[in-house]
Design a protein around this ligand. Structure first.
Ligand SMILES: [Zn+2]
Length: 221
């Protein structure tokens, strides 16, 4: 893939499936096969979030960096933003949100999944661990995925918390292509793109890029 595709600047690697959701051309068939199999098992497997552009990821990032969106601590509780140093703020955001240009959602190989028919009436999808844990309404779906998705090439890059990105049981990835994407993504490309765009905290980000690359981008299951 071209670096503009890897960093979410263009959509040339993507195909539209179900509404406005974009995924990588070569992931359409494996995903539809997984979805069909899920249906036979009684689940309505849907993508809550597929491709996200550099621009979209920058809005998410800047809203968190400026304090407009609340930051969460390890227990998914709101954090007092004003008490954090700049570096602590960076780590806190990176636990939950990828750096624009380094989100796996840019690739179209990774999505956040759920089953809308399992959501209790009046409940909105939150994408929290609670929903996917034994007491949560997506637990059985999550178990089914653990048992079956590998056959279709999918896995969870954020299966466990390894001190980088928090555990995200809802985030699945099409491994054959995603592995190549990760290998092709360079810190030079990330650095250039961050510096060229309106990304809050960019000098600190670029200064900390070797750490970010190691702890948050490559540190997957
Ligand atoms: Zn995700």
């Amino acid at each position: 893939m071209k670096i503009t595709e890897l960093t979410g600047q263009v959509e040339s690697h993507l195909t539209k499936i179900a509404g406005n959701i974009l995924v990588h051309h070569d992931v359409v068939c494996p995903f539809l096969a997984l979805q069909k199999m899920a249906k036979q098992a009684g689940f309505n497997l849907q993508i809550a979030s597929g491709f996200r552009s550099f621009e979209h990821q920058s809005v998410i990032w800047n809203n968190k960096y400026s304090g407009r969106t609340s930051l969460l601590d390890k227990n998914e509780l709101p954090l007092d933003f004003t008490q954090l140093s700049e570096l602590e703020k960076l780590h806190t955001i990176l636990r939950w949100s990828a750096l624009p240009s380094a989100s796996r959602h840019h690739w179209g190989t990774d999505f956040d999944i759920y089953d809308p028919s399992l959501l209790p009436q009046g409940k909105k999808l939150q994408l929290t661990c609670m929903e996917y844990q034994p007491t949560g309404y997506f637990y059985e779906l999550s178990n089914w995925l653990s048992d079956n998705m590998q056959r279709f090439g999918f896995y969870r890059p954020y299966q466990t918390d390894q001190g980088g990105v928090a555990c995200e049981p809802w985030h699945i990835s099409y491994q054959p292509i995603a592995n190549d994407c990760l290998k092709a993504l360079t810190t030079t490309a990330i650095h250039d793109l961050i510096m060229k765009n309106n990304v809050l905290g960019k000098s600190l980000i670029c200064q900390q890029l070797p750490m970010i690359y190691k702890q948050y981008i490559c540190n997957i299951n």
